[in-house]
Ligand binder design. Sequence first.
Ligand code: BGC
Length: 821
Amino acid sequence: MTDTVSRRSALRLLGGAITVAATATGGLTTPVHALNRPEAGAGPRVESLIGRLTLDEKISLLHGATDPNSLGQAGYVPGVPRLNVPPLRLADGPAGVRVTRHATALPAPVLLASAFDPELARRYGRVIGREGRALGQDVLLSPMVNLIRTPYAGRNFETFSEDPLLASDMVAAEIEGIQGEGLIATVKHYAMNNQEQDRMSVDVRVDEQTMHELELRGFEAAVGARTGAVMGAYNKVNGTFACENRTLLTDVLREQWGFEGWVMTDWFAAHSTVAAITAGLDMEMPDGTYLGTALRSAVQNGTVPERYVDRAVRRILTVMDRFGLLDGSAPPRPDRDAPASAAVAREIAEAGATLLRNERRTLPLARGGSLAVIGPTGALPFVSGGGSAHVVPDHADSPLDALKSRAGKLTYALGEDLYGKAIPASALDPAFDSEGQQLAAGQVWTYDGTLTVPEDDEWTFVLHFSSAPTARPKVLLDGTELFPQAPGYGEFFTGGLVSAAPDGLSVRRGTLTLAKGAHTLRITAQGGAGGLTFRLRRSTGATRAQDVAEAVAAARAARDVVLFAYEDATEGLDRTTIALPGHQTRLIEAVTAANPRTTVVLNTSSSTSMPWLGRTGAVLQMYYPGQEGAAATAAVLYGECDPGGRLTQSFPADDDHHPVAGDPRRYPGVDGTEEYSEGIHAGYRWYDAEGVRPLFPFGHGLSYTSFSYADLRARRTRHGIEVTFTVRNTGRREGIAVPQVYVGPSPRLRLEQAVRVLAGYRRLALRAGERRRVTVDVTARTLSCWDPARHTWVLGTGRRTVWVGTSSRELRLRTNVEVGR
Ligand code: BGC
């Protein structure tokens, strides 16, 4: 683990310096759908190449290497110049192209999925596809389609949903969009990478039916959309690491689904040479620990037949050939079209905006009215989550500015201080400038003194520093280290917003309860190659009370309040609670008590508990809305568009009532093993099976208008069932309806079945009074269960109930249909 961490840290640091370059715009997108043409196995060009490549050349294609001309992307494969095989550059995903240059920071995938509109996913993919090619990339390390299984998982914002049908639709459309622009897509992380805690090692025990009916469906859909690559996950599945798991890599992926592309590891997720290549792994990333010289020796000493190497090379070259990378037929790299991409980013942020509550006509806000904006993310835009999903945005506007142009009188109050306030010089003996220490390269600086605390209090110390996290100053209070190095990946995967100050310095926090009186303070710091700047700040009970008092005063003086609440998630770390972090709960309680016309805007990664919900006027879920998030949020708040999003995951009431609560074997695992013992009853299926009420159900989301639903009919077709119904906008303004079709269990199957599953949906824009007859086709796959005894899908025949609802709990219409062959 330590070794892996240090190798990864070297990689992160190498690619860590983000520089700013000019943005190219203009030029039309070249449609290259033709590159997606079907091919039957490897073509003659690929076979001829394989015949001419030396063993060393073949092996150089099977693992990552250092890019001599890096653009800041995550991975690189050198290619074989002698035979005109070009290098491959591989960049993250999933909410834009992650290189050192600017790119369009799109809304997080969970916000995209909230629009329940595969067409938007296709356009999202097209933006990334074009930008990826424009920014010198060949492969995108995205989309992520792992299901949202636990509310704590650090990457829930990077993926789509807890529901396999919605996730499948999204992933397929996005891949078509990405690859339609000539960029190779990589669906990740195959499979069962549903949490960050212990992600490098946890052994997920899951039964065959559960795996096929839930997590694997999205990956199968990605294969159906002809994804060029698949990324194997870090974790184990049923006892074997995903990247050497024959069941996953060969039996399911190749034999059942007919995948023709290549499988690469997640970064440092390979664990073996022989087991991995024979199980079906094709490429190791980002280096060649196992598929480099170790593989060459294994071939030379006869442990691995060379045909396995040829097989992997063939899979990679076949995709490269399909994308025109071997014969120069790939279209020239386009320029970025930043304005057009930004327009898509904004449209999607508005389309996914999910209005969870709206009482007493709190929203939409009236233009020109007095408004108090509260919360750190009201001023600092919350663009994206942390980890490998972070994109360097073209720009990021402050929500405050976006609201200013619409409000009459606007006041702003911080409410919750993320970065601390200066420590008064009088509290430090001897005094030192805790606001701005500058050390030259190599300079060592030590402070030995005391900090005097005026009363018993909880202090949060906030260190701002310019160095790499591992070279930050060491601060000891009464001998206790205030900012210890986080274990595992903690240092490298910290959130995007809270771990960097507005001026770019890195930030770490440490909280202690301190008794009144003097405490010893010792600081040691050393300037690195570029010197070191740091400051030490703090928040105390007194400063917090002051921040809340200012927020309350602002709330009281305004007609309406918009309070921005945040939660900063990142890959590598899970949350430990679904409550809002810091002291935000107290802030919301105080502000809503002062002014009930308060709208809470949530810039959070996944579900949140809301003990304060009943006191609010409205709650708007925006997740991480991307670089156009401020404009989109303001447009929704002021009713310039209807909040078009619906929840793609159930929001639990609290930490004790959700599918993985109360059983550590289910989450986060015990002794390295985790059991998916909820089986097929994941997400809303669990709430229905257990009769537990979520805070907000899957599919929930309000509009500014109202809709009625009528005349449900369901009939059997050759491919499944056809469901028709009428939706009418009964309000006085145009709005978005997202009717959802749910289907109940088959009486004839002797298999575990859910109370109901999402079987289809439709996003509709209807004018006031407009009525639309809607048809939703439900496929045989949705009506089938995976039979583990026969290792195949079986259709759930017989009389089945069909509902049309506005969420998994709000079922408006119901009928029955006879399903049969
Ligand atoms: C993540 C992947 C990512 C890769 C390259 C890994 O830590 O799990 O999603 O594509 O790094 O940055």
